[in-house]
Design a protein around this ligand. Structure first.
Ligand SMILES: Nc1ncnc2c1ncn2[C@@H]1O[C@H](COP(=O)(O)OP(=O)(O)OP(=O)(O)O)[C@@H](O)[C@H]1O
Length: 632
């Protein structure tokens, strides 16, 4: 069939102004949009763009305090830097590619470099206000969706020098967005660790670090689980902290010019490589790299003149030089680690001994499961061909679509009817279903061997493709979708245990979610409202008036495929599993899954009202409470 021909004339060519372009293609500027439930959703990038500028000021030696507040979705950031030069306030926030960070001496080794950040925030906000205060004078300008609505005259002002920016994200772009305060906390701690001596006040809480990356690793680990004290190496424009803990997998935090490169890049690759090399040379033994790296928790921060990031969101560092004439970053990091770590190990023989012990233990464990791993993987490969448990989707997270990963989801369900409903109503392009057969094994306290021995776990590991780390993860979101009853809650807890114990990175990187399903359907002839709580139910009854029909959903299986489609479609409600960085996974699992301790019993008694006359909704609320404690 011939394609319908459209004319291609001069009229086809359009020039967008900056504001239109940002609003048309926000992804280019801030990554994905999202509604705030994902850690890297756009609204957090907006906040970051503004804070980055204040950090740049601090780094240049201007201002040791940054005040941040978020309430009613309005974000405010006040720093005590030099303030934007008053005559350029409007240009700086509304004229694309305008800024002081190109080659002026006013900023160096800063994270800002494109002259785009604040413009993106401005264009994507329903309201944006900038105020600069300089030597007794101030300039204010206000915008809506990037359009200047109020250009205030410069006036006198007796406040301290600095810049104050506030904005409200545009909810026509960030649909149904809400800020999850914890997501920001991690970012703010990172700023504090990377800028030792800087105080950040955020909604009444103070973020401050004296010892930089050493403090960062202390926060991310639990002292008891460390094999030896954290090694902290500091050089000119490079800082590294390193230790071995108990957990499975490796854990890294990497930064460039104060920017958290969540996807790593050259500097991190260099660190990993250098540690292996140095350790091998120090012990004069050709250990397997995976044995050296197993259970490592490490952080690296570098400052460089002209960082090349892979996009405006700056989450991955490309290949760069350490300075105009400096060595390539890889060589630079390598040389630093080689010299400093080697020195450190020579000076601290107890640490060197503990490190060696850890490597040997990993080696033993690896050899121990090598046999069974091979068998299990062969079995899984066969089963995968027609993996009955998996109803796969067409596109996967590890594949690219126009340079972006496919945003795919895997639902983990239990019970035939629930799996059936989801399978029928899902979007087959991007939503896959993995069905559990009854209750999964409680793997608390077991070793990784079980992931190979237990068929269900092994198939799940294969479906996710995470045997060798998260790099090839096939689904961006892993959603536990179990019934909202006691059994369902139990299964949920067992699955959380599985992921926390063996794949903590997956949880840490925000890939794990719980599916919220409605408890009630309230409807009359004209309208149907699904309600997720008693409160929503009351509101729905009020809204519909009269005597609407009220149905309580007991299990996922009861919900018809048609209805289910509405809950896993655009309006899907996901509760992310957040791992607060202070939490030690081991401690947590011990508490919830370990032997009955008096504290645990007390907790259960306080939180579970399991009595004869249990009111159904109370039951659900109580169980929810228990589960939400896991949402640490
Ligand atoms: N808090 C601030 N204090 C002082 N100057 C600021 C502040 N915020 C912004 N500016 C000025 O406004 C300019 C534009 O900022 P913007 O965030 O748009 O881009 P950038 O920081 O230069 O680069 P990038 O797009 O990489 O963030 C900055 O280069 C700087 O000169």
């Amino acid at each position: 069939m011939a394609k319908t021909k459209t004319e291609y004339t001069e009229d086809s060519i359009r020039s967008l102004d900056w504001r239109e372009h940002i609003r048309l293609r926000p992804g280019m500027y801030i990554g994905k949009l999202g509604d705030g439930s994902g850690q890297d959703d756009g609204i957090y990038v907006l906040v970051k763009e503004i804070i980055d500028n204040s950090i740049d000021e601090h780094m240049m030696g201007n201002g040791n305090v940054i005040d941040i507040s978020i309430s009613d979705n309005k974000v405010e950031v006040r720093d005590y830097g030099r303030g934007i030069p008053l005559g350029k306030v409007i240009d700086c926030v509304s004229k694309i590619n305008t800024g002081g960070k190109y080659d002026s001496g006013a900023f160096q080794k800063s994270v800002g470099l494109n002259g785009v950040g604040t413009k993106a925030v401005n264009a994507l906000s329903s309201y944006f206000r900038v105020q600069s205060i300089r030597d007794g004078r101030t300039k204010v300008a206000e915008f809506e969706k990037g359009v200047l609505i109020n250009d205030h005259k410069e006036t006198k002002c007796d406040q301290k020098n600095g810049t104050l920016m506030s904005f409200i994200p545009d909810d026509t772009i960030f649909k149904h967005f809400r800020f999850i305060p914890e997501y920001l906390e991690d970012q703010l701690w990172n700023y504090a660790f990377l800028n030792a001596g800087l105080t950040i006040n955020y909604n009444g809480k103070k973020y401050y670090s004296q010892n930089g990356l050493l403090d960062l690793l202390k926060r991310k680990t639990d002292e008891e689980s460390l094999r030896y004290p954290i090694i902290h190496l500091k050089g000119h424009d490079i800082e590294i902290a390193l230790t071995h803990a108990n957990q499975y997998g490796e854990e890294y935090y990497s930064f460039v010019n104060g920017q958290y490169t969540t996807q790593g890049g050259t500097h991190l690759a260099a660190l990993k490589e250098a540690v292996v090399k140095t350790v091998r040379e120090f012990f004069k033994k050709d250990f397997d790299a995976s044995d050296i790296r197993a259970s490592i928790v490490g952080a690296i921060a570098v400052r460089v003149q002209e960082p090349v990031f892979e996009s405006q969101t700056k989450t991955k560092l490309g290949s760069i030089n350490a300075g105009p004439d400096g060595p390539a970053i890889r060589t630079w990091v390598n040389e630093f680690v080689k010299k400093e770590l080697d020195n450190y190990l020579h000076k601290n023989s107890a640490v060197a001994d503990a490190l060696l012990k850890r490597i040997l233990q990993s080696e033993r464990e690896r050899k121990d499961i090598a046999g069974i791993k091979k068998l299990a993987n062969e079995r899984a490969k066969k089963a995968n061909l027609h993996n009955k448990k998996l109803r796969d989707c067409r596109f996967h997270f590890d594949e690219l679509n126009n340079e972006k990963r496919h945003d795919s989801t895997l639902f983990i369900t239990e019970g035939d009817s629930a799996s059936g409903s989801i399978t029928k109503s899902r979007n087959v392009e991007l939503q896959a279903v993995f069905s559990l057969r009854g209750k999964p094994l409680n793997c608390f306290g077991l070793t990784k061997k079980i992931v190979y021995e237990n068929e269900e776990f092994n198939l799940l590991q294969h479906a996710l493709n995470i045997e060798d780390g998260l790099e090839n993860l096939r689904y961006n979101r892993i959603v536990i979708a179990t019934d909202a009853d006691v059994d369902g809650m139990h299964i949920r807890l067992l699955m959380l245990t599985f992921f926390l114990q063996f794949f903590p990175d997956l949880v840490r990187n925000g890939h794990l979610f719980i599916l919220e399903t409605p408890l009630f359907r309230v409807r009359n002839k004209k309208e149907t409202i699904y309600c997720y709580s008693e409160e929503e139910k009351r509101a729905a009854i009020k809204k519909l008036g009269g005597k609407p029909e009220i149905t309580r959903f007991k299990g996922l299986g009861e919900i018809s495929p048609d209805e289910f489609g509405a809950f896993i479609g655009e309006d899907i409600r996901l509760e992310p599993i957040l791992l607060q960085k202070e939490t030690s996974i081991q401690k947590l699992l011990n508490y919830y899954m370990g032997k009955n301790t008096p504290e645990r019993q007390q907790f259960i008694i306080e939180n579970l009202k399991v009595e004869k006359d249990l009111v159904e909704s109370d039951e659900k609320d109580a169980l929810r409470k228990e589960a939400s404690v896991m949402e640490i």
